[in-house]
Structure formats: C-alpha cells, structure tokens
Design a protein around this ligand. Structure first.
Ligand SMILES: *Cc1c(COP(=O)(O)O)cnc(C)c1O
Length: 354
C-alpha cells in the first residue's frame, strides 16, 4: 500500500505521473523504444524539452516577458556558483535565512564580495528578517523563498532596486506570486516538480552578459539558452517526468488551484501543532512555511510511542533535519490532504493516550 509520504526531498510525485513515467521507460509514446534510449536530439525528445520549458513559463505567468526556462544539471547547488559567475561583478547582497542561503553565500564568496543584508542565524533561523535595505549599487540581491530545513517561508518579497535572484527549490509552483518581480529563479526539481537530476532555471535574458569575467560554457546561461537547454545531453528522464508533473499541475488549476489545497493542508497541520499541548512549532507563526512544517515534542519521553504510531499509520519521512531535530512534515504539491489528516489524527490520538 502507498505510504503517506512527507519526505523533504526527493519527495512525493502525483501517482499518475509515476505511472506515465514508468510506462515511458519501457515504451515511449508507442515508439517501440524507451524514453531513456533515444537521442535527445530526436524530435520526440526535443518536443518534450520544448513543452517542459513552455509549461514552466506559462504556469509562472512569464510567457512573452523576456524570460527563458532551462533544465540544467548539478542541482540547486550548482546554481549557487553559476548565479555568481553570470551576475557578480563587484558585490552582491544576500539574505541569510538558513543552511541553503549560507551555501549560496559561501559559493558566491569564492568569486567576489558578498554582503549579508540581514540574517536570522542568532535564532537558529526560526524567522525571516524583515525591513532590511538592499543597496542600489550592488549587482543583485539573492534570497531563498522557502527554508526547507527550518520551515520558514518569505511571505512578502522586497521591491528590489537591483535584479532579484531567488532559490525557490522547495516552494516553486506552490503559491501565486508576481514572478515577474524576480530576474532569476532556480529550483532543484526533486521537491515540487520531478525526480532529482534536473534544476529549473528561469532567467530574464536582459540581465545576462554584463560581467567582465570569462564564463566557462557549461556555466554560462547564454550557452544553454542558445542551445535550447541542450548544450550538453540533458537528463532526459528527469525532464520528461518534470514535464508530466507540470501538465498535472495545469490540469488541477495551475498554481492558483494548488495554492488553495496547500493552504488547506497547512491550516490543518498548524492548527494541530498549536492546539495540541504535546507539540510545539519551531518557526515563528508569521513566517511559517506552507511546504515544510517543523515541530517538536514538548516531552521527549513520548518519542518512541509517537514514532511507533506514525509507523503503524503508514506515515513516512517526518523526521526533522539534524540541525533542528524533532519532526518535519513536508506537504509539497502532490501530497494529498488525506495524508495530512492521517498525521493530524495520530498527533491527537497521542494526546488522548498521554
Ligand atoms: C534541497 C534544496 C537545495 C539543494 O538542492 P540540490 O538539488 O541538492 O543541490 C537548495 N536550496 C533549497 C532551498 C533546497 O530545499
């Protein structure tokens, strides 16, 4: 039986996507060939790549606005460096909201000067700093929309006077935003879009080509744009499965449709965390993530009982990250609300037992 999959990443995908993807492994579109044994330059795969790129822009509302969508490799982690290589000339401003922001900062620092516009490190990143200034003379401003490990999420983005770059790995396509406020968005596929192996990059073309350094071709967004996201052999299975997930997302009402479901799931989850005296939420209420809910048991003596109950209910993947401890329920787009209901029932059952 399928488990209730709260894994933080790689994470749950829609069942119908898994089914179609598995069929394509054996026989892609009745071609008598597997998706993973045909040329990436063949028309059937070029069509997949073009469809995936177009759907990404369409769902984000960025069609015809000067943006290009790319499916690259190396994970969001490669983007930490690639962003800086392509955009950093003298100095950039970074918002430090946790482990992933810190990694982005340390990679960019290898190339040039990085200034932390604000940080919540003193509180183990349980909130999002607000009211900071973004200096106008910097090359760009970088932020992380959703902090997967700590369970915080930026609810209101600044009006940046300089290009705004955002790591949206763990909440892309989950809520309605004015995506045109961003000049570059990147997201590893494995949280809300597909299997591990590809990273979506959406970049406004006119911010490119402004740095003086020589950029190696594989690190240069322009070479990937020029080659239609096929500068090198793309990860065909990851791109195809991402395309299927984007089609699924469109069929359930796009981002606006899924946002409503995500809000319902988050409300259910957080109201249990707040009402049940056995649990305590980790993140500050106003910055709580709708994707990753982090919480702890008030009394660790109940740990074994709770974890046995979770297992018996078929709940998987709720262990917290080692830097926060406790529990983390990741409620990505494909997680059905029924899974959240089962988790919440287990939590309240624990209360009635204790
Ligand atoms: C998971 C994650 C990453 C790392 O992604 P990789 O694809 O493993 O490099 C970066 N940023 C955020 C916000 C993440 O959640």
């Amino acid at each position: 039986m399928k488990k209730h999959n709260f894994s933080a990443g790689p994470s749950i995908l829609p069942q119908e996507v898994l089914l179609k993807a598995s069929e394509a492994i054996i026989d892609f579109d009745n071609s008598g060939l597997s998706l993973i044994e045909i040329s990436h330059r063949s028309k059937p795969f070029v069509d997949v790549m073009e469809k995936a790129r177009a759907l990404a822009l369409e769902l984000l509302g960025l069609e015809g606005k000067g943006y290009k969508a790319l499916f690259l490799q190396g994970g969001a982690s490669a983007q930490f460096l690639m962003v800086a290589m392509n955009l950093l000339e003298k100095r950039a401003g970074y918002l430090n909201t946790g482990a992933w922001s810190q990694k982005a900062i340390s990679e960019a620092k290898l190339l040039d000067d990085i200034y932390e516009v604000a940080s919540s490190e003193e509180a183990n990143f349980n909130y999002i700093p607000k009211g900071f200034d973004i200096p106008e003379n910097y090359d760009y401003f970088h932020c992380t929309s959703n902090n997967t490990i700590f369970g915080t999420q930026i609810k209101s983005f600044p009006n940046s006077p300089i290009p705004m770059v955002c790591d949206m790995s763990s909440d892309i396509f989950s809520r309605v935003l004015d995506f045109s406020k961003f000049d570059l968005i990147y997201a590893g596929a494995q949280k809300n879009m597909g299997p591990a192996g590809t990273t979506l990059v959406v970049v406004k073309e006119d911010i490119l080509g402004k740095v003086s350094r020589k950029i190696p071709s594989i690190m240069d967004y322009k070479s990937h744009i020029k080659q239609g996201s096929m500068y090198n052999t793309p990860p065909v299975f990851a791109v195809y499965t991402s395309m299927l997930t984007l089609e699924w997302l469109k069929s359930v009402g796009g981002i606006a449709g899924i946002e409503k479901e995500n809000e319902k799931k988050a409300r259910l989850m957080y109201s249990e965390i707040d009402l049940n005296p056995l649990f305590k939420g980790f993140a500050m209420k106003e910055d709580r993530s709708h994707m990753n809910a982090t919480f702890n048991l008030v009394n660790d003596n109940l740990k074994d009982t709770f974890e046995t109950m979770l297992k018996e209910a078929g709940i998987s993947g709720v262990n917290g990250h080692r830097s926060v401890g406790g529990y983390r329920a990741s409620m990505y787009n494909a997680l059905p609300i029924d899974s959240v209901k089962v988790l919440v029932e287990v939590m309240s059952e624990l209360e009635s037992k204790a």
